[in-house]
Design a protein around this ligand. Structure first.
Ligand code: A3P
Length: 290
């Protein structure tokens, strides 16, 4: 993988860059033919927005706070990415309901069954400057992603969408413009940071799980960054170093809102804001970070 070129590392699927190591024509065909159930729960995110965090929260809610829900399976098996190679090997068709599933795909690329069944979706959004910061550190640790290069190079790539799953702007706008929003909950990383207990309660309500306050509190406590970091089923420590070198940067890296302030120069932040204003000018949604 070390000697592979950009073109070899990425597959272009319906205009979207995907790491070829994780996606194959077969896995994408599996995704396209996937049959949803009405009680599936789908976690949808642009990468680095809090996917793993939600993969911890949702199974704990669905199990009524049972730690085994997040200690017996790795996050990629307990809430598999439907478009990834691994999903097709998990025999999800036999998995008892309710299944927790994950996707990094845009709304408009969801498979036909999704639009018929309309399973519940939790779409997690994060301040794109922090998404950029997190991705900048993360992409340098994996052997199957194009190296970010210099910070300014990566900034332009990120803002132009020449990164896996393309533009953050298009991803977020696509999900926000979903035709039927009745089955989608929108929540931000920042809201979860500000009040995790309240966020867990709201997610439980959306999932129609009636949990006692103590259970909500126990789940929130478990999902605090420093606690979740210790869960080897969620901290990617079982991924071999040749694929993900966490000595360079940990997957559960800092877990804060606003780390972009430590990363971007004043000029870069200003440029980011200019692009943001232009790309998001028609968006009505009020983001916590605005
Ligand atoms: P940082 O790199 O800024 O620390 P994803 O799971 O979508 O790839 O997102 C990874 C980001 O979410 C990382 O951000 C990671 O530290 C953060 N994260 C994961 N679990 C978290 C938690 N329990 N609390 C806060 N942040 C968390």
């Amino acid at each position: 993988i070390d000697n592979m070129t950009e073109a070899e590392l990425y597959t272009l699927y319906k205009g979207m860059y995907l790491p070829s190591h994780l996606h194959s024509p077969q896995s994408l065909a599996y995704f396209e033919g996937f049959t949803f159930r009405p009680d599936d729960v789908v976690i949808a995110t642009y990468p680095k927005s809090g996917t793993t965090w939600m993969q911890e929260i949702v199974p704990l809610i669905m199990s009524g706070g049972d730690p085994a829900a997040v200690e017996s399976l790795h996050n990629w098996d307990r809430a598999p990415w439907l478009e990834e190679q691994r999903a097709s090997q998990l025999n999800l068709e036999e998995r008892p309901s309710p299944r927790v599933l994950t996707t990094h795909f845009k709304y408009n690329l969801m498979p036909p069954s999704f639009f018929e069944i309309k399973p519940k979706v939790i779409y997690v959004m994060r301040n794109p400057k922090d998404v950029f910061t997190s991705a900048f550190h993360y992409y340098g640790t994996t052997s199957y992603m194009v190296k970010p290069g210099s910070q300014s190079e990566f900034l332009h790539k990120f803002l132009d969408g020449i990164v896996p799953f393309n533009s953050w702007f298009n991803h977020v706008k696509d999900w926000l413009n979903a035709e039927d929003k009745g089955h989608i909950m929108y929540i931000s990383y920042e809201e979860m940071k500000m009040d995790l207990k309240d966020s867990v309660a709201r997610i439980a309500q959306f999932l129609e799980k009636h949990l006692d306050r103590e259970v909500i509190e126990k789940i929130a406590e478990r999902c605090l960054f420093q606690n979740m970091k210790l869960n080897k089923m969620s901290n990617y420590s079982d991924v071999p170093q040749e694929f993900m070198d966490q000595t360079k940067s940990e997957f559960l890296r800092k877990g804060i809102a606003g780390d972009w302030k430590n990363q971007l120069t004043a000029a870069e932040a200003e440029y980011f804001d200019t692009v943001y204003k232009d790309k998001m000018k028609d968006v009505k949604y009020t983001f916590v970070w605005d």
